[in-house]
Design a protein around this ligand. Structure first.
Ligand code: FES
Ligand SMILES: [Fe+2]
Length: 345
């Protein structure tokens, strides 16, 4: 088997649930073109987007009931990728007329795909049940595409010390974050970094929901990476005297960032955010996800794409970077992932 630069026997986000219908949809994942659609029961289907005859993209073909018909010579494949009809000659079906299908799980508003050769392990997909708790207007999802390696995006989320330098007023920590060395914890293969600090005023995304806006409060941010490229971020603020700094005891939001390599140098970036305040306000929800989408597209994204253009290799450490204290988390993640990829090969 050829060496892959990616971890394969693991789950990646492939699509937002809301982006998949019964129509054929093609997306490249780990550099393999995949055809997606929903069958008539609504279940998501994924198979290699390449006909085994002359390698035409099946996504340019037609749906017929739950099957897909190749646009070039009309071989028809069922949802498992088995050829069920050959309109040519005697209609005999070659043993080679088989399309590889891929296991999927639909959960938390995403469709997750297993790209490896080992049997799919459902228990290996982390649960983020917090996303599903609460009012439906208290959660939103988005998708972005970037021209950079996925690890640049996971670095960016693991290392939030950039927020006061790159981002605007709305998520400023008033310079409080950069001087802090975050607390790093490794548990069951996951890697967390956590900051606790005070700022005045409170971070502006949370300040209006505190009992006394404008006077500041205690904050925490916790970011947890799980293989291969899922990052859960919780941020909360409170004005309690003896606060419990977690999602349930602060004005907080619970976010999931998850990155899926399209190719070595381009990434599908998925994002979901759940909050515990103003949960029922659909307009606020739409405004919030738009603001977060725009901040990434306009602030993080252009820097990351530009960095990609300046790096000679995706092996970040091979470029001998000048590291700073906040790199602890992202470097630990890179080393851990590298070991997992090497072990898989
Ligand atoms: S390429 Fe698909 S049927 Fe010929
Ligand atoms: Fe950022």
């Amino acid at each position: 088997m050829a060496k892959s630069p990616f971890l394969k026997n693991t789950w990646y986000a492939a699509l937002l649930s809301s982006d998949l219908s019964e129509d054929l949809f093609s997306r490249r994942i780990l550099d393999i073109p995949i055809l997606f659609y929903r069958n008539q029961d609504g279940a998501p289907i994924a198979m290699h987007d390449r006909c085994p005859h002359r390698f035409a993209p099946l996504s340019m073909g037609k749906k017929q009931d739950n099957c897909v018909v190749c646009p070039y010579h009309g071989l028809k494949f069922d949802e498992s990728g088995k050829c069920v009809e050959n309109p040519h000659g005697s209609g005999q079906i070659s043993e080679k007329a088989k399309v590889r299908s891929f296991p999927l799980i639909e959960r938390h508003g995403f469709i997750w795909i297993w790209m490896g050769d080992l049997p799919a392990d459902e228990s290996a997909l982390n649960r983020h049940d917090q996303l599903d708790k609460g009012h439906p207007n208290g959660i939103a999802h988005t998708y972005m595409h970037r021209q950079c390696n996925y690890e640049l995006i996971t670095d960016n989320v693991m290392d939030l010390s950039h927020v006061d330098h790159l981002h605007g007023e709305i998520i400023s920590t008033r310079g409080q974050l950069s001087p802090l060395i975050p607390n790093l914890v490794e548990k069951n293969g996951d890697i967390s970094v956590r900051w606790e600090y005070e700022q005045t005023p409170a971070i502006l995304i949370l300040d209006p929901f505190l009992p006394k806006p404008g006077i500041g409060g205690k904050h925490f941010i916790e970011v947890t990476w799980s293989k291969p490229s899922h990052i859960q971020l919780t941020i909360g603020a409170t004005q309690d005297e003896n606060p419990i700094l977690d999602y349930d005891h602060t004005v907080a939001q619970y976010d999931l960032h998850t990155c899926t390599p399209e190719t070595e140098n381009s990434t599908h970036y998925f994002f979901a955010t759940r909050r515990n305040h103003l949960e029922e306000d659909a307009d606020y929800n739409a405004m919030k996800i738009k603001a977060m989408h725009d901040a990434f597209e306009q602030e993080d994204g252009p820097i990351l794409d530009a960095i990609q253009g300046l790096m000679e290799t995706n092996d970040f450490l091979a470029m001998d970077p000048a590291l700073i204290s906040s790199d602890m988390g992202p470097i630990k993640v890179r080393r851990t992932l590298k070991k997992l990829i090497e072990a898989e090969q």
